[in-house]
Design a binder for this molecule. Structure first.
Ligand code: SF4
Length: 438
């Protein structure tokens, strides 16, 4: 059976030859049987890096904060190279660098990057891989900016963490800046001005999803708070409720809401905090009544999934099993048969019986790879429109080749460094998470 990925690739190659242009990365195209969210996805990322915004893909309409790092121009040697040349240069550089350099590849990266990765995983698994390899001099993190920061926090001070393209941020993480979070905290403290309680519970515990800046992780560490991942969010919220009357949850409202709903907390006790409004757009009473205050952030990839897509999948494939990521809206999680982290989704697919049909609500590169790895199953993305994460898309083999050859030349291009103070406080919040038990 021809996979969607192959269909897209073939369509893009046909289009490229019609236009007599070179289209090296045919991630998506409006083609027979396949539609994409933006035809600009066939352009190479260095063309997009020069324009404002995140570029085509799921984050297209999100606003990049002015403080987000930008990527400088890539030398012409890399932008004009063919796919084969780039692959050869990466393989040759990797061979010469040996164990000195480890390439970490997030599940959502394109196949042309994953083929070179020493470790493939989610953001926390990759940060752990960095921690577990003290012998490596450098890690090339093929993912997004907050992930490289977390790897820098957990790795040794002499080890360099390199992000091949600095424009690879995360639009969800960028929806909460440290200044906004500090303003929110100050306003919350004023609104929740309560006498200290005999039970010793704090008025509010800050909890941040792994998908946030190091500065916000450090803020949580300094203020009695904690970090969570999509696999341990419930355990972390239980930890927080043992210490506080309420939680303020950054930056993904959907993970926060889905987890709290699963714990039996009513939606009316989960006000949304909109950072540009006084008291986040709430009354002081709503904040006092709250159990979980949700930051108004979201993942533009997972926000695309809808209940209508699930209904269509069920109509088209009777007996289909629908599994989604908890960054999806609550109605989608409720309509699905199961929801969980990327690791949960992978395990569900590994445990499926031959012939099973599984519709998945998560990032397209991962879904296509799972189908390729499991030809005995039918695995497809709930969203019929091909729309990868714009920011993950920014890591192209040309950037990987450039960073590896830079390391070979003794340079440290695009090193991501977190200050000692921020690292120290972030580690406090990360260690609380590791110690939290269900
Ligand atoms: S998939 Fe969503 S959460 Fe993940 S990097 Fe992209 S925008 Fe951020």
């Amino acid at each position: 059976m021809t996979s969607v990925h192959e269909l897209i690739r073939t369509a893009a190659q046909q289009e490229a030859s019609r236009n007599n242009t070179v289209s090296r990365k045919p991630i998506a195209l409006r083609a027979t049987g396949v539609s994409s969210c933006d035809s600009g996805l066939v352009r190479d990322p260095w063309a997009i890096d020069r324009a404002p915004g995140y570029g085509p893909g799921a984050s297209l309409d999100d606003t990049v904060p002015g403080s987000a790092p930008r990527q400088g121009p890539l030398p012409e040697r890399y932008t004009s190279a063919s796919d084969d040349e780039l692959r050869q240069w990466i393989v040759a550089a990797k061979e010469q660098l040996g164990d000195r350099v480890q390439i970490l590849g997030h599940f959502y990266q394109r196949d042309e990057i994953i083929e070179h990765a020493d470790f493939v995983g989610d953001s926390f698994m990759l940060a752990q891989a960095a921690k577990d390899h003290p012998e490596a001099e450098a890690f090339v993190f093929c993912g997004v900016h907050f992930m490289a920061e977390t790897a820098d926090i957990l790795s040794g001070p002499e080890q360099a963490v390199i992000l091949p393209n600095l424009a690879a941020g995360c639009s969800m993480a960028d929806m909460a800046t440290i200044d906004q979070v500090e303003d929110c905290w100050r306003d919350l403290m004023a609104a929740l001005d309560e006498p200290s309680r005999e039970d010793g519970l704090q008025p509010v515990i800050p909890v941040t999803y792994m998908n946030s800046s190091a500065a916000i992780k450090a803020f949580c560490g300094r203020n009695g708070g904690i970090v969570c991942t999509s696999s341990n969010a419930r355990t972390v919220l239980e930890w927080a409720f043992e210490r506080g009357q309420r939680v303020v949850f950054f930056p993904d409202q959907h993970l926060g809401r889905n987890t709290a709903k699963d714990m039996g907390i009513a939606e009316e006790l989960m006000p949304l905090w909109r950072p540009h409004l006084a008291l986040g757009g709430n009354t002081a009473q709503q904040l006092r009544d709250a159990r979980v205050i949700l930051w108004n952030g979201f993942c533009s990839v997972h926000k695309r999934f809808t209940v209508a897509q699930i209904e269509k999948a069920r109509a088209d494939y009777p007996g289909v099993r629908v599994i989604v990521h908890p960054e999806c809206p609550a109605a989608v999680v409720e309509a699905a048969d199961g929801a969980g982290s990327t690791e949960y989704i992978r395990k569900q697919i590994e445990a499926a019986a031959p012939g099973d049909v599984i519709a998945v609500g998560t990032e397209i590169n991962l879904v296509n790879r799972l189908q390729q790895q499991h030809p005995e199953l039918t695995v497809f993305c709930l969203d019929p429109v091909v729309c990868p994460c714009s920011t993950m898309y920014r890591i192209h083999p040309a950037y990987l080749a450039w960073t590896l050859e830079g390391l070979l030349a003794g340079e440290q291009p695009n090193r991501v460094s977190v200050s000692d103070e921020v690292s120290r406080d972030s580690r406090v919040a990360l260690e609380r998470m590791l110690a939290a038990r269900p």
